[in-house]
Design a protein around this ligand. Structure first.
Ligand SMILES: Cc1ncc(COP(=O)(O)O)c(C=O)c1O
Length: 408
């Protein structure tokens, strides 16, 4: 695999005129995510068994090859043994829901420790959570439900691989297959919850449903708290390229970097598959815009046509650039990471993990776009490598090596 193979990729780019240059995080966004919520998520999640910060890996060989200063890759492939950053969001939201419900039932304000210690097992056993997923979020919710002792249903559409469904079932959840795409599975899960008095623990938000997804986004910010602690010499990156599905991840990263870094926050670029470009289209129009997915993208975790209504106000003000890429950049990027460029650490990165990095590499091969994005030898680019081989069979098929061989 050769870097030159990224030359001539079809990319779309939109510079966001609604970007808010103020160093101060906009006050009206605090109702979605604020410092207190980010700190609370961090302080809770670091106490969970098996917690370890995910590494921030320098890809200086690759950076050198594409003519940028540095690439810092936040490698989420091992997070809590679940294989993606989503471990931080869904499970945390399940915990917050259980705290709330047990507090209501007992009439006392209970704590996370009370839930984890098993003190309220009898009440929790009667609670059922449900969500739609394209794999990773459902795995997190199922893991959280098992960990904290409630019941769990996970709705999946036919585009989700059986490997990803089995991984969810391994945590004791019941998988329900839905006709249609991801967006349909979100609607069906909401309907089933309403009929059965179950609790939707979604990673996306929509009219009338916003509270629990805020906790999901707060959970994601454990990554940005760690990143600030891990930055070499404490120097902020100049750019961050984040992949977008519904925008929850991008919203959380954008808000928390803004809160933590103010005027030093990096240029914020969202990269999406062109087959599921709801954030790009929303950026173009300056308002939330849904798209109808005609063909599933290889980036399964990003195959979303409806924007999270919570994330959108953050992204409208905090995003500098929206980009789309085509599916055929994904395999080359996964292979580059698996082999390691010029001595870089070899990394197992799944299909949805590499979208941001694919966008960076392809943009540097297009001098117009590189100029528009301000990418040059002085750029330090932060990448959120959101998943490892969450379906090992698909990974091996694409990369030609098993995840174990890559790291051996
Ligand atoms: C691996 C991976 N990366 C990125 C995303 C995008 O997150 P969001 O849908 O919050 O934009 C997802 C979503 O499922 C994912 O699984």
């Amino acid at each position: 695999m050769n870097i030159q193979d990224f030359t001539g990729a079809t990319l779309q780019h939109h510079h966001n005129e609604s970007y808010d240059p103020s160093p101060d995080y906009a006050a009206e966004l605090s109702s979605v995510l604020d410092k207190k919520a980010c700190d609370a998520a961090y302080n809770t999640i670091v106490e969970w068994e098996g917690y370890a910060p995910s590494p921030l890996v320098s890809l200086s060989g690759l950076a050198n090859k594409i003519g940028v200063g540095e690439i810092l890759y936040k490698h989420e492939g091992e997070r809590f043994g679940l294989g993606s950053f989503k471990a931080l969001g869904g499970a945390y939201s399940v915990l917050k829901l259980l705290i709330q419900e047990v507090s209501k039932t007992t009439g006392q304000q209970i704590s996370a420790d009370d839930v984890i210690s098993g003190k309220y097992t009898d009440i929790i056993r009667g609670i059922t959570v449900i969500t739609a997923t394209d794999g990773n979020h459902g795995r997190s919710v199922a893991w959280g439900a098992q960990k904290f002792g409630c019941n769990c249903f996970i709705y999946m559409h036919a585009g989700v691989s059986s490997g990803r469904a089995k991984a969810v079932e391994a945590y004791g959840a019941t998988v329900v297959w839905v006709d249609g795409n991801y967006d349909q599975s979100v609607h069906d899960a909401a309907q089933a919850a309403a009929q059965n008095q179950w609790f939707v623990v979604s990673d996306t938000s929509y009219e009338g449903y916003t509270e629990l997804p805020k906790n999901v986004m707060a959970g994601y910010t454990v990554m940005t708290t760690e990143i600030i602690q891990q930055l070499p010499d404490g120097t902020p990156p100049t750019h961050v390229f984040v992949q977008g599905g519904v925008g929850g991840l991008a919203g959380a990263v954008c808000a928390h970097l803004w809160l933590q870094l103010g005027s030093e926050r990096p240029r914020f670029v969202i990269v999406e598959p062109d087959r599921a470009d709801c954030l790009f289209q929303s950026g173009l129009r300056g308002e939330m815009t849904d798209v109808s997915i005609q063909e599933e993208t290889i980036m399964a975790g990003l195959s979303c046509g409806e924007v999270s209504s919570l994330a959108w106000p953050i992204l409208l003000r905090g995003t500098n650039d929206f980009m789309t890429i085509e599916d055929d950049l994904i395999a080359p990027t996964m292979k580059l990471l698996a082999k390691g460029v010029d001595g870089d650490q070899r990394l197992v990165a799944g299909e949805s993990a590499v979208a941001g990095l694919s966008g960076v590499i392809a943009a540097t091969m297009n001098s117009d776009l590189a100029t528009k994005l301000g990418l040059d030898g002085s750029s330090t680019i932060l990448i959120i490598g959101t998943e490892g081989a969450t379906d090992p069979a698909i990974y091996e098929d694409i990369v030609g090596m098993s995840p174990a061989d890559v790291v051996a």
